[in-house]
Ligand binder design. Sequence first.
Ligand SMILES: NC(=O)c1ccc[n+]([C@@H]2O[C@H](COP(=O)([O-])OP(=O)(O)OC[C@H]3O[C@@H](n4cnc5c(N)ncnc54)[C@H](O)[C@@H]3O)[C@@H](O)[C@H]2O)c1
Length: 365
Amino acid sequence: MDFPVKVGIVGCGKIAPAYIENLKGNLSGSVEIVACSDLDAEHTRAFAEEHGIPKACSTEELLAIDEIEIALNLTPAPAHYVLSKMILNAGKHLFTEKPLSVDLVEARELLSIAKEKGLLLAGAADTFLGGGLQLCRKMIEEGKIGEAIAANCVVTVPLREDRRYHEVFKGANLDLGPYYVAALVHLFGPVEKVSARAPKRFPSKTDAATGETFDVEYPSTVSAVFEFGNGLTSTYIATQDVHGYYPRIEVLGTGGKLTLNDANFYTGDVILDSYTDPGTIVPSEEDGYVTLKRGLGVAEMALALREKREPLASGELMYHVLEVLHAVFDSAASGQAVEIDSRPEQPQPFSLEAVNTIRSEVAAQ
Ligand SMILES: NC(=O)c1ccc[n+]([C@@H]2O[C@H](COP(=O)([O-])OP(=O)(O)OC[C@H]3O[C@@H](n4cnc5c(N)ncnc54)[C@H](O)[C@@H]3O)[C@@H](O)[C@H]2O)c1
């Protein structure tokens, strides 16, 4: 197969270095970064120099580079739609940070453009491809907790008075929710119905840094129940109104309980508590997944491109996740349960064979 696939980065901010570290490290056999762009030319040049990226340019120039097959959209949520559309219209495959778009109609349009043009669309949250959640899936499917009956999912982040987190990142439900909902869909298949409550207790807040008052667009605390096609249910709480970062997914089964690693990350401790296997399990290095972190979805997408198939962290999956997150707001606003229309396929497990292909491309360097 023809590796590495050439990629360009649009958006040289806080998260970009985490991608670059792995794309230029563990994943460098699969993908190669050839250019980057940002709004400010001076910042782009300094960023490219710091990270050893051959070309710093405008986004228009980046999208005109023939050898670039995949463009990464690493800009903040409000810019996702416009830039993702630009990337697809330039004929490049798209990997986008979460959420796919802030708006559901815009997100659907991105999927349509990709389909019409025969381009791949993938994106974050791709952490379910990591060694931690892949191990959890295997353990659940092997019956380590008996039959999975229900799950408990919580994510809290202490940004109660952070205006940018509310206005740019759109709060915990839309910002961190994608990791946790994608993890649940990876384990149990699509969500079919959402019932939620989200009393708007804080219609306006004061920014801790500036002392300015701002309106809260989306409820900053949401509680919901998700119903999956297989009859399993999960609770879901997302909030930026409380103290501390408290991420948790527990899966309760007839024979035990599995506490997943934090779905915001690719690996971490997995805790099994069952009749036969009490204890903590750290995802195994031998399985080859462990060192493959941020950027893993891009490398998996590069493999999918060469294998002429859909990527695992597909646009359809990310659209479904966004539909569920918006259904949380909609159900809370109406007081009624909301049926979810999209039904992406439950992603296949990220096979060791595929992991090893990515790694063998690394080894071939
Ligand atoms: N910061 C984190 O810890 C983190 C973690 C995981 C995922 N993410 C996601 O990554 C994305 C980016 O977040 P961030 O924290 O890096 O944001 P950031 O604000 O630090 O960086 C975003 C960059 O995009 C650039 N940009 C904005 N509009 C642009 C445009 N039209 N054209 C070109 N460049 C443009 C900005 O100038 C900035 O340099 C978001 O979707 C976020 O949810 C962030």
